[in-house]
Design a protein around this ligand. Structure first.
Ligand code: 6MZ
Length: 361
């Protein structure tokens, strides 16, 4: 099944000359904001669906319907519609074998050479939310994902673990314990994220878990001000952490923007995602333009969810280079600078907290 990209990124890419495409392929890039279950190649999901259809009594029409929407490319009225796409995906990936299969497929999509093309990026920080089900605990979920990630060199792939706004405190605690224990065992977790449906946001509920992870030495990135409805006190509470990076940051007010600028917090920019979820009305209105006007404020260009958005990291960079209105028409030197900022915004693996042995006299 076709892995071709669609939407604004595809249009921007198609408008470039072969020399421009070769230029974009040649610059070292980091993908720092990609959700595992949102990044599964459609062909892999379809193959899991075929397997499940013949062997799994729980296969149902809503999965077929969900897959069809993903195959055709999503048409969203608003970001609220986006989160309803995931139950069909999750229902196909509830055992260790399928979870390992999709993890490998996503890593290969980003850092492997697909159809002979150069890799999308040189470094991938993949993020996922640990989910428990009758087949696995949250810790086991993370162990399966980490086992695949750790087959690759440490300078190529690392894991960010997401907490979800919809988690109950008990679920967040279970996730936190699994994250911290695995991190202290030296597993390749570099950071913790906060994501999920912004409508379910409750900063007071989840902030203590982020603070606890941070106190153990983990870097924090948060989906912040993703919609106009995210309240000021939530944004301020998250900025108080302070996070090491911000996801989206679409609706920061002037005060918050000034703080982010002063603290030089890198922003993960997901152009296609914002356009398709309609949190940005056009590229000409996109908040990336604000950050590009600031003196060297670090941003990184990311895909978010290539499965529903049918984009690619190369396509996201094409949105920077293509001439308006298809792209922002930035100079090559500026795009090189942005890509370098992305590489510099990586979370470095930190040494796990040492257990100090008692000295013998
Ligand atoms: C907020 C998002 C997201 O974690 O199950 N997710 N959360 N905003 C977004 N931008 C539009 N895109 C994805 O990957 C899928 C999960 O990531 C979060 C959602 O909670 C989604 O269920 P994992 O691997």
């Amino acid at each position: 099944m076709s892995g071709k990209i669609h939407g604004p990124a595809a249009e921007a890419l198609a408008s470039l000359s072969p020399d421009d495409v070769a230029f974009l392929q040649s610059i070292p890039k980091a993908e720092l904001h990609a959700h595992l279950h949102g990044s599964i190649p459609i062909s892999v999901l379809q193959s899991l669906a075929r397997k499940s259809k013949t062997s799994n009594a729980q296969y149902n029409d809503s999965i077929t319907k969900g897959l069809k929407i993903l195959e055709d490319g999503v048409q969203l009225e608003a970001i609220d519609d986006f989160f309803g796409l995931f139950p069909a995906i999750y229902s196909l990936i509830s055992n260790d074998e399928n979870l390992a299969t999709v993890t490998e497929a996503v890593i290969e999509t980003f850092i492997g050479s697909v159809d002979g093309a150069p890799p999308q990026c040189q470094y991938l920080e993949l993020r996922t939310t640990p989910r428990s089900n009758r087949n696995m605990s949250r810790r086991q979920y993370l162990q399966i994902v980490l086992a695949v990630i750790e087959r690759y060199p440490a300078d190529k792939v690392a894991l960010i673990v997401s907490l979800d706004w919809r988690m109950k405190p008990q679920d967040a605690l279970e996730s936190l314990n699994a994250i911290v224990n695995l991190y202290q065992e030296g597993r390749r977790i570099v950071g913790v994220d906060l994501c999920g449906d912004p409508q379910a946001a409750d900063v007071d509920k989840l902030l203590p878990f982020l603070q606890a992870a941070q106190a153990k030495g983990l870097a924090i990135t948060v989906h912040i001000a993703e919609t106009a409805a995210n309240p000021e006190h939530e944004t301020n509470g998250l900025l108080d952490l302070p996070p090491s990076r911000l996801g989206h940051a679409t609706f920061l007010n002037d005060e918050a923007r000034a703080r982010v600028l002063k603290e030089k917090i890198p922003i993960e920019i997901c152009l296609s995602s914002n356009l398709l979820c309609k949190t940005s009305s056009s590229l000409a209105d996109h908040h990336v333009l604000h950050w590009l006007k600031q003196e060297d404020h670090p941003i990184c260009i990311c895909t978010d969810d290539i499965l529903p958005f049918r984009n690619s990291l190369l396509g996201e960079y094409a949105l920077l280079l293509a001439k308006p209105p298809l792209g922002l028409g930035l100079a090559r030197s500026e795009i090189e600078r942005i890509a370098k900022q992305g590489m510099e915004s990586r979370f470095r693996p930190r040494p796990p907290v040492e257990v100090v042995a008692e000295q013998e006299d």
